[in-house]
Every structure is written in structure tokens, then in C-alpha cells.
Write a protein that binds this ligand. Structure first.
Ligand code: ATP
Ligand code: MG
Length: 263
């Protein structure tokens, strides 16, 4: 999408002054974040900095102490249950730990979120689930397997298919390529990018993967000390003088240095 010409009205997720904590541990401290329609936003920060907490708070799984979260222009804490559910239907989530139900087949896992919202015949449910499997590049045979029979990469794809089950407008991905080898991670990035384009998705992606940040993310937001200290395209990250950003994007493992080393 045209990155420059984005009005703030285009923010499908708008977080302001968000404070979230557990006991006397404040994780997010008046954090601000925007996710624009149709973009892939990469969300980065140190381990334990609160990336998953941010994701879980936006989708309403964790309570906030202060601040405001709007999704599709609606403050979810201010609406009736029915409206909240209607909005929840418009997003899908791939959680950090995959979390497929081990006692259900892949097809049954994919049908689980659909059953919650729609009353469809088993035949239609099967067709829908098979279509989602195909969308993430898996054959129909995978549908009859149990999660324990899948490789790490297949598990991620099934989890992505499940996130897409209800044809969401936003998908939340929490470290979707962690644990994959570089080729598998690259394939997964391409899949996310293709799906984003063909389905017009807005993607909120927590990731530590510098390759993903360089290749598929339109913008990046950086969480340090409970605040989003920078949001913008990769060029903004590379130009930043903030010490955390400098060591993250110009450190030993960064691409910039690989190129400098001729790698
Ligand atoms: N339900 C909870 N109860 C208490 N503390 C929690 C809970 N969830 C998260 N935390 C704490 O909040 C902090 C941020 O956790 P979070 O899972 O968001 O980190 P993260 O940035 O996603 O890290 P990683 O990159 O390792 O996944 C951590 O100190 C964690 O222990
Ligand atoms: Mg996390």
C-alpha cells in the first residue's frame, strides 16, 4: 500500500496511554501504538518487555489499568457483550505457543472457532477447513492428522489457518516464525505476505526475526521500558540514534553488518 499517504483515520488499532501490570510489576507504561489498515506491522522489543502482553490486552484477554484501546474505531471496554463479540469475530490470532488442541484432528481444530460463531452443516465446515488448509499451502491429508503428528512448520501453518478460519480483517501473530529454520521461516514470511495482499489483511506481528522485519513488515514498532519508543518504516529504525535501536538493528546479528562483512 502507499505508505506515505496514510491518514490517522486509517488506524484499525489505536492504543493510547496504555498501562498494564501484574501486582507491583508495571509492564506497559502509558504506551501508544497505531496499526494502519492493510499493513504488516512488526512489533519488537526485548524478551519479557511486554509484547505478548500488548497483544493479549488489545484482544481483551488481559485487563488494562489505564489508557484506551480502539479497534475499528471502537473502544472495546465501552461496548455491550454482543458488539464486542461481533468485533472479536473480525480478528484471528496465532498465539506464541501455537496452542492447537492435541485431542482434535487438524480439521477439527480449524472448525473450532467457526462452530463458536456459525451454525453450519458438517459438510460445509469440512469444506471451509479444507479451503483454509489449502490457503496455507497444506494438502487435504494433513486435515486428518493430530497435532503431535505435525512438524514445527506444519503446526505454524495450521495455527495460521485457524487464525484465518473466520475470514478476519486483522490477524495477530505472536512470533510466527520462531523455532523454524531460516528457509522455513522465509517460506512462512512469504505466505504471510501473500495472504496479506490477496486477502487485504492487517497484520500485527510480534517477531524477533530480523529477516521478517526487513522483508515483510511495512512498519515496525519498538517496545522498550514499557513504552513504544519508535514507530515507522525500517529506514526510520536504521536512522534512529536510540541505543536500543542501534544495538538491535546495527548489532552483530543485524543484516546491515552482514552486508558490511560481505555476507
Ligand atoms: N499473566 C501474567 N501474570 C503475571 N505476569 C505476567 C503475565 N503475563 C506476562 N507477565 C509478565 O509480563 C512481562 C512481559 O511478558 P510478555 O510475555 O509480554 O513478554 P514478551 O515481550 O512477549 O517476551 P518474549 O519475547 O520472551 O515472548 C514479563 O515479565 C512476564 O513475566
Ligand atoms: Mg511473547
Amino acid at each position: 500500500m502507499a505508505k506515505a499517504a496514510r491518514a490517522s483515520a486509517d488506524a484499525v488499532i489505536r492504543v493510547r496511554d496504555l498501562t498494564v501490570g501484574f501486582g507491583d510489576h508495571t509492564v506497559l507504561k502509558e504506551a501508544d501504538l497505531d496499526v494502519y489498515r492493510g499493513e504488516i506491522l512488526g512489533f519488537v522489543g526485548g524478551s519479557g518487555s511486554g509484547k505478548s502482553v500488548m497483544l493479549r490486552t488489545i484482544i481483551g484477554l488481559l485487563p488494562k489499568r489505564a489508557g484506551k484501546i480502539e479497534v475499528f474505531g471502537t473502544d472495546l471496554s465501552a461496548v455491550e457483550e454482543e458488539e464486542r463479540q461481533a468485533i472479536e469475530r473480525r480478528w484471528g490470532v496465532l498465539f506464541q505457543n501455537g496452542a492447537l488442541f492435541s485431542s482434535l484432528t487438524v480439521l477439527e481444530n480449524l472448525q473450532f472457532p467457526v462452530r463458536e460463531y456459525l451454525d453450519l452443516s458438517q459438510r460445509l465446515l469440512d469444506e471451509l477447513a479444507m479451503a483454509k488448509l489449502e490457503m496455507v499451502g497444506l494438502g487435504p491429508d494433513v486435515g486428518y492428522k493430530y497435532p503431535s503428528e505435525l512438524s514445527g512448520g506444519m503446526t505454524k501453518r495450521v495455527a495460521l489457518a485457524r487464525a484465518l478460519a473466520l475470514d478476519p480483517e486483522i490477524v495477530f501473530l505472536d512470533e510466527p516464525t520462531s523455532g523454524l529454520d531460516p528457509i522455513g521461516a522465509g517460506d512462512f514470511d512469504n505466505l504471510i505476505s501473500t495472504l496479506q495482499r490477496t486477502l487485504g489483511l492487517t497484520v500485527f506481528m510480534v517477531t524477533h526475526d530480523l529477516d521478517s522485519l526487513h522483508t515483510v513488515c511495512d512498519r515496525i514498532a519498538v517496545l522498550v521500558d514499557g513504552k513504544v519508543i519508535e514507530q515507522g518504516p525500517m529506514e526510520t529504525m536504521l536512522a534512529s540514534q536510540h541505543p536500543w535501536l542501534k544495538s538491535y538493528f546495527h548489532g552483530k546479528r543485524s543484516r546491515v553488518n552482514e552486508k558490511r562483512r560481505g555476507g
